[in-house]
Design a protein around this ligand. Structure first.
Ligand code: HEC
Length: 128
């Protein structure tokens, strides 16, 4: 008698355990797919940008319109840091993330297409 009741409890426990495992698995699956999709999207943008050979002049103009308020007209820094030699400290991918990511307020995230991003990168590479 006691054996059969313990088997019932065991079965119950197994069923609960299975249910929880399935829920955990489902949640993990959703997390991973969101992470993967985001990652994939980002990479496409970065790859598209890095494939282009931008124009430093266009980048300079873009910089004057969008960045000088914080980084200064000669990029020597105001609210934001001096950007000279930035390309020695950060690689292109990190710079793209810095400009488009909005990860370090008060610097905003810029919605910028790959052509203009490439121009901007080229300009930043001229700041030795
Ligand atoms: C509202 C002010 C603001 C504007 C506009 C702005 N930035 Fe920034 N930027 C900052 C601040 C502040 C930091 C420092 C963030 C930190 O390190 O926490 C920064 C950091 C950076 C860095 C990293 C510097 C380092 O030393 O790691 C780069 C590169 C950069 N900005 C590029 C740009 C470019 C390119 C633009 C224009 C498209 C731009 N920023 C526009 C404020 C600004």
């Amino acid at each position: 008698m006691s054996t059969s009741s313990s088997t019932a409890a065991e079965r119950n426990f197994k069923r609960e355990f299975l249910k929880i495992s399935l829920i955990v698995f489902g949640v993990l699956l959703i997390c991973f797919s969101i992470f993967f999709l985001n990652h994939h999207e980002n990479n496409k943008y970065i790859i598209a940008t890095l494939e282009l050979n931008g124009s430093a002049e266009e980048g300079d103009a873009l910089f004057k319109m969008n960045c000088v308020g914080c980084h200064g007209i000669t990029a020597r820094g105001l609210v934001g840091p001096d950007l000279h030699s930035i390309t020695k400290r950060l690689n292109d991918k990190q710079i793209i993330k810095q400009v488009t990511g909005g990860l370090t307020p008060p610097m905003p995230s810029f919605e910028i297409d790959p052509v203009n991003m490439s121009n901007l990168l080229k300009y930043l590479h001229t700041l030795e």
